[in-house]
Design a protein around this ligand. Structure first.
Ligand code: SAM
Length: 280
């Protein structure tokens, strides 16, 4: 299908994730030249737009008005006007609103143009010190523990690096569940407050990372991405689960975990938590 040239274009524009200098000149030019900027939150974006002297009119586009706004914005684009889509921070559609609008543009033969820039997933992966050739972006985990554990289990044997977004008030619980599902030895990197004053990049085995975060309340503040190594030894992990469950059929859970922990040189509590998780 060829684009209809009398229609406008939707520019999907990345904005900074902290440091305002991380905006491209192309993003500023685009935001100045379009007819309307669709913002996730007009008040949040007003600060950014004022800072760069951008006076383009704005309209709200978020998950609660996406139904009505998608139709309105598509009509505006069809009338020949250009629109820029931005979110509160980073790249729109990456755990942010915008998918329905972009899909509607495709459905209506309207051109979409990415104005690339900051994105927390990519920033975190670039400094995590973990394999970056293949990765899965998992995004936010479910808030409730049952759903979180189920999601983690579904990624337990993935060989590629896993990337998670997490809220600061849940980082402690999230790391404990990761230790139980992935094991304390798996390498992970916490990337906190990227591009901001208190930027912290900490790479440790999950068990130690969990203790590091729990022992320092400052590590439970701000915005964070967790990058977790993939399962590099699937066979050992499967064997360990199989032995553990087999021994636990014959012995009480504490005794079974203590034996497996002793053989593998792991902490008893880690193996015990894993057994409880496997038996759920
Ligand atoms: N669209 C954004 C992007 O391109 O990364 C992500 C939006 S999502 C609603 C917000 C989450 O992204 C935060 O909870 C955090 O997990 C991550 N994030 C955003 N900015 C960050 C930063 N400066 N440092 C670390 N993580 C960040």
């Amino acid at each position: 299908m060829t684009a209809n040239l009398s229609q406008g274009t939707l520019y999907v524009v990345a904005t900074p994730i902290g440091n305002l200098s991380d905006i491209t000149t192309r993003a500023i030019d685009t935001l100045k030249s379009v007819d309307i900027i669709a913002c996730e939150d007009t008040r949040t974006s007003a600060k950014l737009l004022q800072f760069f002297n951008i006076t383009t009119p704005t309209t709200a586009y978020h998950e609660h008005n996406a139904d009505t706004q998608t139709a309105k914005l598509v009509e505006t684009l069809k009338s020949g006007k250009n629109i820029a889509l931005i979110s509160d921070a980073g790249t729109p559609l990456i755990s942010d609103p915008g998918f329905r609008l972009v899909k509607a543009c495709h459905d209506n033969d309207i051109t979409t143009v990415p104005i690339v820039g900051a994105c927390a997933v990519i920033g975190a992966l670039s400094v995590a010190g973990l394999p970056s050739d293949k990765f899965s972006f998992v995004g936010f985990l479910p808030a409730k523990q049952h759903g979180r554990i189920e999601t983690l289990k579904s990624h337990q044997n993935s060989r590629e690096t896993l990337i998670f977004y997490e809220a600061p008030h849940r980082i402690g619980e999230c790391l404990s569940d990761m230790v139980a599902v992935f094991g304390a030895e798996r390498e992970a990197t916490l990337c906190r407050e990227l591009t901001k004053t208190f930027e912290t990049i900490k790479k440790l085995p999950l068990g130690e990372l969990s203790a590091f975060v729990k022992n320092d309340p400052n590590q439970q503040r701000g915005e964070m991405v967790l990058v977790v190594a993939g399962n590099t030894n699937k066979q050992v992990s499967t064997d360990y689960d199989t032995w553990l469950l087999a021994i636990a059929k014959e012995l009480p859970p504490k005794k079974a975990s203590a034996i497996v922990a002793d053989v593998l040189g792991l902490k008893k509590s880690v193996v015990y938590d894993r057994l409880l998780m496997l038996q759920k």
